[in-house]
Ligand binder design. Structure first.
Ligand code: ADP
Ligand code: ZN
Length: 720
């Protein structure tokens, strides 16, 4: 009799053994349906055949596997990646496997029925039906998806189908993706770019594990250069994966890709429809998908023949996943490349200290692009001391910055004001009684949004209307907004230059790839004079006529004072500065700060990244901080504060004495309450060579806690 050991999804249990019925063929990686109690679940065969029959569960008590999916088994490199991720990040393997499987990918039908609106209006056009049809517009999807888009029930959509206002469309699942053409439109590269590209192309040809930092200043043509490596993978008939940090970046990227290769790559992100997801998954697994562009979750897809990984903007903190399995996509990408034996390119103008250190130690190679492409020069950067030159009362832009924008308007050039804070004001309080609006679910102030006339929590999404009266003292017209968010800066701009055409770019206004594309098109058409934006505008964009950047509050990121505060500030301001003067016209950058003498501000002005990094590295070395030491956070959360508190303390009391390791806390976590859960944190600090995961595993294995308490572990945490 043969048995299979299966990792079952949606199950907290470890691998379970099943009998392989006669005539069924499975191998490690096969995707199967298994019985569990009364349910039927999806799982992945982890081991087959070679299992001893005297295993825990006797042969006669085994249940049969029910079915094998008609898709290729997950290959060994992906299975190793899943094991490594579960091990390193102390996550349940089933939770990691779930990221590799797309729930509907394994259904066997080759086509699916979607729906779209026709131009026939129903005889009885209720307001609900009218609303549904208007919201659906040109879009297409499953009944459930259209109902979601339209904000109506499934029944309304089905009713519209019945009367012919919405019609079914059969969509094929397989064989739909064109192959990008490596010879479509390669740009002539500069000498520096060619040398870099040649190196990367050779790495692809060699097809061995080789991590390379592509370290090029903003506007140097990093994308063009790594596109050559992607072209080589396509030429060889292999697959390539490009990881991008933000979905907002996808649209301009797809356009550039299409310009270079003649068709779109496969995009993978959380915004895909069910059918698109299923199609992409299958094409990736069969090898039909030659180039995939995706957010971090694209890392766990079942590539048939992966020969190159590119992590673009590799320094981005959004590669760190903060819920579910806590993993860092940049680091997991390197492991995937290792298991696939393929090269990986980390592209960045401001590499993370950890990445630089890997180069320093000879673990990663480095390819540099120190010059901007064409005649573009690096922008000139100056600081504005907010203490010496304060903006007028109630305003946030200093007069020197205002004058520079004025000049730019006259010249017909574009300007960008950057403030990394959504909404109108970060804090609203009552001028009479001092009442402040706090989120009921989180330890956080509610942020006033004037666009939507609401107070919103940026942590849990809770919103409430801005009240007319103070809820505390019941006075009228007594609430004041404190401090600026981007909306307030946009107001100031409108007041200063009523005729200027302005755009507000934040996740509240640019919430879809389509919106991002519209913004890019308006910028390119010269229909915008002044952009006010959050970090959404700091990356990737290339607007030749944008020649001025104003950083409204450069001190914002330094406030928390955490480990990476200076590094993040440096990266962010350098990235946003990198938007200025990318074409023929030179760029100017103004940085408003209260501490122009701070080392990070000085480094930004002189552009001396090496000196900045050297000092940061020294500080980290002294503190034993990453990459010289390691951290792991144990977060204990519960709706009941006492329960979280008690379990956190019992975990703390059970902490083992280990040489080279120190446990801080428990203490209230930085967000002591989040989404209605109270959170306590233990912070483990260890020397680099210590196997912290092993220590934590044994430590926690001895303990139990009630179901109302959740213990999650964040290895290499980011925010502390
Ligand atoms: P980076 O990613 O390093 O900031 P990009 O790859 O975005 O730089 O390049 C900046 C701009 O210069 C883009 O518009 C790009 O198309 C253009 N560019 C770079 N190299 C070349 C080249 N060799 N030929 C034509 N255009 C180029
Ligand atoms: Zn909240």
């Amino acid at each position: 009799m043969s048995r299979a050991r299966v990792l079952v999804l949606n199950s907290a249990l470890g691998p379970l053994d099943y009998r392989v019925p006669h005539g069924m063929k499975v191998e490690p990686g096969s995707i199967v349906t298994v019985p569990l109690g009364p349910r039927q679940l999806t799982g992945v065969v982890w081991e087959a055949d070679r299992l001893p029959s005297d295993a825990e569960v006797g042969d006669n008590r085994l249940r049969n596997l029910l079915a094998v999916a008609d898709v290729p088994p997950l290959r060994a490199p992906l299975r190793r990646l899943i094991e490594w991720t579960a091990d390193y990040y102390l996550a349940p393997p089933a939770a990691v496997v779930r990221m590799a499987l797309s729930s509907t990918a394994i259904e066997s039908s080759r086509s699916v029925v979607e729906y779209r609106a026709t131009d026939r209006l129903p005889d009885r056009l209720t307001s609900q039906r009218a609303q549904a049809l208007e919201r659906i517009g040109e879009r297409q999807g499953l009944v459930r998806e259209l109902a979601d888009i339209a904000g109506v029930s499934d029944a309304v959509i089905r009713g519209l189908v019945k009367v012919g206002a919405i019609e079914p469309v059969v969509v094929d699942i397989d064989g739909l993706y064109p192959t990008p053409d490596p010879a479509h439109a390669p740009p002539p590269l500069t000498g520096e770019q060619s040398a870099a590209a040649e190196q990367l192309v050779n790495d692809v040809k060699a097809r061995t594990f080789r991590p390379t930092l592509l370290d090029g200043v903003t506007g140097s043509g990093k994308t063009e250069v790594y596109f050559e490596a992607v072209a080589e993978a396509i030429r060889q008939g292999w697959q390539a994966l490009v990881l991008l940090p933000e979905i907002a970046l996808t649209e301009p990227f797809l356009k550039r890709f299409t310009d270079r290769f003649g068709c779109e790559p496969i995009a993978w992100h959380s915004g895909l429809r069910v059918t698109q997801r299923r199609r992409a998954w299958r094409a990736i697994a069969s090898g039909e998908a030659r180039v995939t562009v995706g957010a971090r979750s694209a890392l766990f897809l079942p590539y048939a023949d992966l020969a190159l990984i590119v992590v673009d903007e590799a320094h981005e903190t959004s590669f760190k996943q903060e819920d579910g399995v806590h993993y860092h996509a940049r680091d997991v990408a390197v492991m995937r490349a290792k298991f696939e034996s393929c090269p990986i390119i980390l592209a960045s103008a401001t590499p993370a200290i950890e990445t630089r250190q890997q180069v320093e130690q000879g673990n990663y190679f480095e390819v540099k692009l120190p010059q901007r492409f064409g005649n573009a020069t690096m922008p000139s950067i100056e600081t504005i001391d907010l203490i010496a030159e304060p903006p007028p009362r109630g305003r946030w832009l200093a007069s020197r910055l205002v004058a520079a924008i004025e000049e730019n308007l006259v010249k017909g050039e574009q300007s960008l004001l950057f403030l990394n804070r959504r909404g109108y004001a970060p804090l609203t309080l009552c001028r009479t009684c001092g009442h402040r609006f706090q989120c009921p679910n989180c330890t956080a102030w509610m942020v006033e949004h004037r666009l939507t006339r609401r107070l919103a929590c940026h942590h849990c999404g809770h919103v409430e209307p801005v009240p007319r009266l103070c809820p505390e003292c019941h006075n009228e017209d007594t609430l004041v907004a404190c401090g600026p968010g981007v909306e307030r800066i946009a107001d100031e701009v409108a007041a200063l230059w009523p005729e200027a055409r302005t755009a507000l770019v934040t996740s509240d206004t640019i919430w879809s790839p389509v919106k991002a594309a519209e913004f890019v098109a308006s910028m390119e058409a010269g229909a915008i004079d002044i952009v006010v934006g959050t970090q959404l505008v700091t990356k990737g964009y290339h607007f030749p006529n944008l020649t001025l950047v104003g950083v409204v509050d450069a001190d914002l990121g330094l406030e928390g004072g955490d480990l990476r505060a200076s590094e993040r500030t440096f990266q962010q301001i350098r990235q946003v500065s990198g938007r200025a003067g990318r074409g023929e016209k030179p760029g100017r950058v103004f940085i408003q700060t209260h501490s122009p003498g701070a080392q990070v501000m000085q480094a930004l002005i002189t552009g001396d990244a090496d000196a900045f990094y050297a000092a940061e590295v020294e500080a980290r070395r002294e503190a034993g901080a990453p990459p010289f030491g390691r951290y792991a956070a144990i977060i204990v959360s519960s709706e009941e504060k006492a329960a979280a508190h008690d379990i956190a303390h019992s975990i703390g009391r059970a902490a083992p004495e280990v040489e080279g390791m120190h446990v801080y806390g428990p203490a209230p976590a930085p967000l002591a309450m989040l989404r209605g859960k109270h959170r306590f944190r233990l912070l483990v600090h260890a020397r680099r060579t210590l196997d912290v995961q092993d220590v934590i595993r044994t430590w926690l294995a001895k303990l139990t806690w009630p179901a109302k308490v959740r213990v999650s572990i964040d290895v290499d945490p980011y925010n502390f």
